[in-house]
Ligand binder design. Structure first.
Ligand code: ACO
Length: 356
């Protein structure tokens, strides 16, 4: 059976570090509050007009491609995961292709919209393509430029302090070794609570879901307005309904339940235990969530990699950045069992087990 492996990995974070104290200059928050609730000390912000989600993704991809021992022209498929795309359409996949100068028109580009679990979903897709023999070098990128779309007033403080910018990339290739590579991936979703963690406007919803789902939260939609004025309204702008919305405690409770569940599900499938995990790379949602998951699974500190303290939550980029950092630090070696796990907006969640 052909298995796939991560043949090359890279990450890029922008230079500018924004501390909690920096944020406290523009909104009513404090270093103490942010560190206590999230573990975050600082995050990186991309350079406005100089960097974008796709350009940061390209920087990470260049490193991954080089480490995979291939050239850009060898990439035969691109998967781009982000919730903060450069454009509403087209997606970042083709923009990254252009940025990298990949002129191989045989290559396809797919954008996926799975937020915090985008990288795990993307890895599963890449794995299926490689296993089936359809592609040999799938470039998977997770990148975010959150800083362009956050509310920097006190109104947005519960969300804004959490997020940061960055990018991570891997090249997924066939693995010719025995019993190694991607052992399994598990993907799940439940749209019941879609609006609990969402970026609703601008969008083509026209208020549809609010009535249908009996959603009381005011997303700034106004029924009296005409076609053409619906996409973005004055009320949305005035009320700040053009920013991400999150019910933090609701998300927290589900996350700490779903992370352990989906990790155990993957381990059970391949007949392994939590004690077999050499390195767990959880999506960097919140340090408190990672610590809760670690305790629930009975893992030691050296079995879990966290870097949210430095980068904040970089959504689709957080797993590949953390994976790459752990690997560069020599904490992931050949033969190690690496577990990736994510939970996020949708809600969507998933895990992957890799024999490195
Ligand atoms: N600074 C200071 N005070 C704040 C801030 C802030 N940045 N944000 C919110 N507050 C205030 C609130 O206004 C509220 O004040 P009030 O009591 O006067 O009304 C108080 O702090 C408590 O607010 P809560 O939202 O209840 O705070 P909570 O203890 O739940 O912490 C947090 C918020 C950190 C978001 C928490 O709910 C959490 O970690 N949730 C998980 C969500 C998460 O991790 N999301 C990441 C993105 S999604 C993902 O990746 C899975």
């Amino acid at each position: 059976m052909i298995r796939s492996k991560i043949g090359g990995i890279g990450y890029y974070v922008p230079e500018t570090a924004v501390t909690n104290d920096d944020l406290a200059q523009v909104m009513d928050t404090s270093d103490e509050w942010i560190q206590e609730r999230t573990g975050i000390r600082e995050r990186r912000y991309g350079l406005k007009h100089k960097e974008t989600t796709s350009s940061m993704g390209a920087r990470a991809a260049e490193i991954a491609i080089e480490r995979a021992g291939i050239s850009k022209e060898d990439v035969d498929f691109i998967i781009f995961a982000t919730l903060s795309p450069d454009y509403y359409f087209p997606g970042c996949g083709v923009l990254l292709q252009r940025e990298l100068g990949i002129t191989n028109m045989e290559a396809g580009a797919l954008d996926i919209r799975n937020q915090c679990s985008g990288f795990v979903y993307g890895l599963s897709i890449a794995d299926q393509f490689v296993r089936s023999g359809m592609y040999k070098n799938v470039l998977l990128v997770g990148a975010e430029m959150h800083s362009m779309g956050l509310d920097y007033s006190t109104r947005g403080r519960n969300v804004t302090v959490i997020f940061g910018d960055g990018a991570g990339a891997v090249v997924v290739q066939p693995d010719d070794r025995e019993d190694s590579g991607i052992l399994t991936t598990k993907l799940h979703s439940d749209g019941t609570y879609a609006e609990k963690l969402a970026f609703i406007n601008p969008g083509a919803h026209g208020g549809y879901h609010f009535d249908k789902m009996d959603i009381e939260y005011d997303f700034g939609y106004d029924k009296s307005i005409k076609y053409g004025e619906i996409f973005i309204t004055d009320k949305m702008l005035k009320d700040g309904q053009i920013f991400p919305n999150m019910e933090g405690q609701f998300v927290f409770k589900l996350a700490v339940q779903k992370f352990p569940e989906v990790i155990k599900e993957a381990l059970d499938e391949v007949g392994l235990e939590t004690s077999d995990i050499n390195m767990l790379i959880p999506h960097q949602a919140n340090l408190r969530i990672s610590q809760f998951v670690q305790r629930r699974l009975g893992l030691s500190d050296d079995q879990v990699w966290n870097n949210i303290q430095k980068y904040g939550n970089t959504t689709a980029a957080s797993i590949p950045i953390a994976l790459c950092e752990a690997w560069e630090a020599g904490k992931i070696k050949d033969g190690d069992l690496v577990c990736l796990a994510a939970f996020g907006s949708g809600f969507t969640w998933g895990s992957a087990l890799i024999r490195w």
